[in-house]
Structure formats: structure tokens, C-alpha cells
Design a protein around this ligand. Structure first.
Ligand code: BJW
Length: 225
């Protein structure tokens, strides 16, 4: 890839698949008999908060058993070249970009290691479970939920993302099915060139100037080097 470009990289669950974290739509698996897409909703949380908290507690606990992979590390090397001209926008709630060493990471759909108090609106760094209703360190209410963005909720920092897409020379989408908005529309908002790196053609593959298919652990280092 050329140098001296402003680059926005969007990542999805596929970039963390080779680290051992399951994706949403192609894992073929259920979590305790439930479709993850049905659990990751405000409706599920309203109906059965205990179930939804256990789902997120299990995923938060899994973070300590996985490591960043070659794709995460390649994006760190890209940042070493581009500096502040690279922004990684991730839909992922894991922290593998940060643990690899990326500094400019924007979590569009929130973070597993953060808890949000719906009573006082504070966010708190969080490592342990939430299922037993621990008190909010700020206000003491047992109203902490995972600090993640569910369907019908507004993704974080859209103003920052829109501006970066408008200013970029290159937009690269890695490991996402292209089925969830607004991220699925970023390819249309990007002013510059567009490239998709995904295991298979995503739902929006034909909207990209170029689409390369294979595992992120191979494609991303090959693109960065
Ligand atoms: C590999 C690989 C390997 C595997 N290497 N690749 C029409 C138009 C616009 C919007 C809407 C619309 N209809 C409905 C909406 C709204 C809705 C939406 O998009 N619904 C769709 C079902 C259509 N969107 C929303 O509600 C969003 N909010 C919103 O729009 O607010 C309005 C607003 C917008 C902008 C400004 C102001 C207001 C919120 C969406 C929230 C999504 N939340 C979740 C859960 C987060 C918490 C959690 O993690 O549990 O986000 S759902 C889930 O999907 C999660 C993911 O981040 C997201 C995307 O999934 P992702 O990452 O693409 O994973 P997969 O599994 O789908 O795909 C993995 C891909 O990797 C596959 O293609 C594999 O092939 C590939 N892969 N191994 C490379 N080794």
C-alpha cells in the first residue's frame, strides 16, 4: 500500500476469529441454545437480563484466554508508518487491537471491559461478571449493563467516524459481513479508494473497488507489507 495516505480501517468479528473468538453469523453455533444475534438486543435484555448478562460475562471472561493475531499486529505496524493518519474503527467489543498495540482505535459498538450504569450514566472499567448485579462504583445502584451497542441504539462517536471517512484516501474493511448498519454503509461514505479483506465476499463486496478473500491473518499482513 502507498504511504502518506489517510487510511480508515473498519474491522469486524472476522479479524478476531483466528484468535479464537467466535463471529456472529458464520460460527454455525448457538450460545447455550440461543442465537447470539437474538441475545445481543435491548429486547432480550428487557425480557431476560440474567441471560444477557451471562452471555456478556462469558465473552468478557474469554478475553483473558485469547491473544491478538497476525492481522491485529499488522495494523500496529501500519500505524507505526502512518501515525495519526490511520484510524481503526472496530465493531468488535474485544480489546485485541489495543493489546496488540494499536493506539487510535474507535469502538463503534462499545467494549466488553466497560460497564455502563443506566441510573447515573457513568462508564466504569470492568473485568468481572455483572450477572449478580454489583453496585455501580459511582452511585451504588445495581443498574450496570454491558457498555455495548445493541440494535436500535446509537453507535459511539459517529461524528468522528464520518469526518475520518470523508477525509480518507483509503477505506479498508476487514472481517465483517457487511450486514449491520451504519458500518455497512461506510464504503459509500468514504471519499477515497476502497478495499475489502474478508474470508468470503461480504454482503457489500461489489461496492468496494477491490475485494480480496481469505483469512485475515494472511491477507492483512500481505496488504500492509
Ligand atoms: C473472516 C474470518 C477470518 C470469518 N478472516 N474474515 C437499514 C439501513 C440502515 C440501518 C438499518 C436498516 N435496517 C435496520 C437498521 C438498523 C440496524 C441494522 O443494521 N440492522 C440490520 C440487521 C439490518 N442497526 C442498528 O440498529 C445500529 N444503530 C443504528 O443504526 O442507529 C441509528 C444511527 C446510526 C448512525 C448515526 C445515528 C443513529 C446499531 C447496530 C448495533 C450492532 N450490535 C452488535 C452487537 C454488539 C455487542 C456485541 O458484540 O455483542 O454488533 S450485533 C453484531 O453485528 C455486533 C457486530 O459488531 C455486528 C457486525 O458483525 P460482524 O463483525 O460483521 O460479524 P459477522 O459474524 O456478521 O461477520 C464476520 C465476517 O468475518 C464474515 O463475513 C466472515 O466470512 C468473516 N470471517 N473468519 C477474515 N479468519
Amino acid at each position: 500500500m502507498g504511504r502518506h495516505q489517510k487510511v480508515v480501517v473498519l474491522t469486524g468479528a472476522g479479524i478476531s476469529a483466528e484468535s479464537g473468538l467466535t463471529t456472529f453469523r458464520d460460527s454455525g453455533g448457538l450460545w447455550e441454545g440461543h442465537d447470539p444475534m437474538q441475545v445481543a438486543t435491548p429486547e432480550a435484555y428487557a425480557h431476560d437480563p440474567h441471560l444477557v448478562q451471562r452471555f456478556y460475562d462469558a465473552r468478557r471472561a474469554a478475553l483473558s484466554r485469547v491473544e491478538p493475531n497476525a492481522a491485529h499486529h499488522a495494523l500496529v505496524r501500519l500505524e507505526e508508518v502512518l501515525g495519526d493518519d490511520l484510524l481503526v474503527v472496530t465493531q468488535n467489543v474485544d480489546d485485541l487491537h489495543e493489546r496488540a498495540g494499536s493506539r487510535r482505535v474507535h469502538h463503534l459498538h462499545g467494549r466488553l471491559r466497560s460497564a455502563w450504569c443506566t441510573a447515573c450514566d457513568a462508564r466504569h472499567a470492568w473485568e468481572g461478571p455483572l450477572v449478580d448485579g454489583p453496585p455501580c462504583p459511582g452511585c451504588g445502584s445495581a443498574t450496570l449493563r454491558p457498555d455495548v451497542v445493541w440494535f436500535g441504539e446509537v453507535p459511539y462517536g459517529m461524528d468522528v467516524v464520518e469526518e475520518a471517512l470523508w477525509e480518507c484516501d483509503l477505506f479498508v474493511s476487514i472481517g465483517t459481513s457487511g450486514t449491520v448498519y451504519p458500518a455497512a454503509a461506510f464504503v459509500h461514505w468514504a471519499r477515497g479508494d476502497t478495499l475489502e479483506l474478508n474470508l468470503e465476499p461480504s454482503a457489500g463486496a461489489t461496492d468496494f473497488a477491490e475485494s480480496r478473500h481469505g483469512p485475515a491473518g494472511r491477507l492483512v499482513p500481505a496488504w500492509v507489507e
